[in-house]
Design a protein around this ligand. Structure first.
Ligand SMILES: Cc1cc2nc3c(=O)[nH]c(=O)nc-3n(C[C@H](O)[C@H](O)[C@H](O)COP(=O)(O)OP(=O)(O)OC[C@H]3O[C@@H](n4cnc5c(N)ncnc54)[C@H](O)[C@@H]3O)c2cc1C
Length: 294
């Protein structure tokens, strides 16, 4: 199968002379930021070097979850899910978001015991997460070829469509007044008297006093050029797609070895559940201490 095909995005062509805020990068972070700022009446421009959502944001698993998050992320993830609930209406498009549940499958008694710690966090936040037994797991994992011991299950977690969400949010942002340019790499930031005065793009200069860097895996490189140390390392993972499957689980889930999510087109996005590849590069050593705890 070819690379994921994104929904079509309309964009702007004329480079504005100035803006209140310039956002670098048109992934999920950049387009969400541009939407929220435009809705508040901020004069905002987004510059994307390639196409909208053309990098990691169209290649992720498509899970929208609170379950399993670090305790410090839980309140933010709860708020994010509330935003997803109303997002289609807000942007007048289709992100593919559904609260279809996520299950962390337990294959051993130890898995079940280990999941209790997160269950306590969930209960403290009033979430609907619970430990389910083999029968309910079989119903959640409809069509599974084996019987599992159970699962930590959060019915209110959801899934979205990575190839739809970014274009839909970007379209909503443009309707709210944002300008979005693609094929427009930002090469650097200009300063006057110690303050940001402009961004320099491959198409010209935009005067601004505020820049949001949402450059994904390129952010470290961009910051390095500005003399800013951003501890960021890259991982590589493979994600595959099946074509439509008639009978199967509706939501998303993970066992120790693989993760799955049903897509709107009826197929599944399948990935390695727990292993990421990291190439040893000079930054691996430069940021060794930052990442040592992980
Ligand atoms: C295997 C895997 C699975 C994942 N699954 C999930 C999941 O299920 N759920 C979830 O919520 N998250 C998931 N994530 C994380 C999620 O994919 C990322 O957090 C998210 O996509 C990052 O979005 P972003 O906008 O920061 O970056 P990106 O999508 O990478 O966007 C950055 C954009 O900036 C542009 N850019 C960079 N430099 C410049 C420049 N100088 N000028 C102009 N443009 C520039 C790039 O071209 C790119 O389009 C997963 C991640 C991985 C690796």
């Amino acid at each position: 199968m070819p690379a994921p095909i994104l929904d079509r995005s309309e964009t702007d062509h004329a480079l504005p002379k100035k803006a209140d805020v310039v956002i670098i990068g048109g992934g999920i972070i950049g387009v969400s930021t541009v939407l929220f700022l435009a809705e508040r009446g901020v004069d905002v421009v987004l510059c994307e070097k390639g196409v909208l959502g053309g990098e990691q944001s169209s290649r992720n698993w498509g899970w929208v979850r609170v379950m399993g998050r670090d305790r410090r992320e839980i309140p933010l993830a709860i708020e994010a899910l509330k935003i997803w609930d109303g997002l289609d209406e807000r942007v007048g498009g289709q992100t593919g978001f559904h609260r279809s549940g996520i299950a962390y499958i337990s294959e051993t008694e130890t898995d079940i015991a280990n999941r209790d710690a997160w269950l306590k966090l969930a209960q403290a936040h009033g979430l609907d997460t619970r430990q389910i037994g083999p029968d309910e797991t079989a119903a959640v994992m409809l069509g599974a070829g084996q019987r599992y011991k159970g699962a930590l299950y959060t019915p209110s977690d959801g899934r979205a469509e990575p190839q739809k969400a970014v274009p839909a949010i970007a379209a909503g942002a443009r309707r709210a007044g944002a300008r979005i340019l693609t094929g427009c790499a930002v090469r650097g930031i200009e300063k006057s008297a110690g303050r940001i005065s402009a961004v320099i793009t491959e198409k010209g200069r935009i005067e601004t006093s505020t820049v949001v860097l949402a450059g994904g895996a390129w952010s470290r490189l961009f910051c390095k050029g500005l003399g800013i140390r951003l501890p960021q390392l890259k991982v590589r993972n493979s994600v595959l797609r099946t074509s439509a499957v008639n009978r199967g689980p509706d939501g998303a889930g993970a066992t120790a070895s693989y993760a799955y999510r049903k897509r709107l087109d009826g197929g599944y996005t399948i990935a390695n559940g727990g292993i990421n590849m990291h190439a040893l590069v000079p930054d691996s050593f430069a940021f060794f201490r930052d990442f040592q705890p992980a």
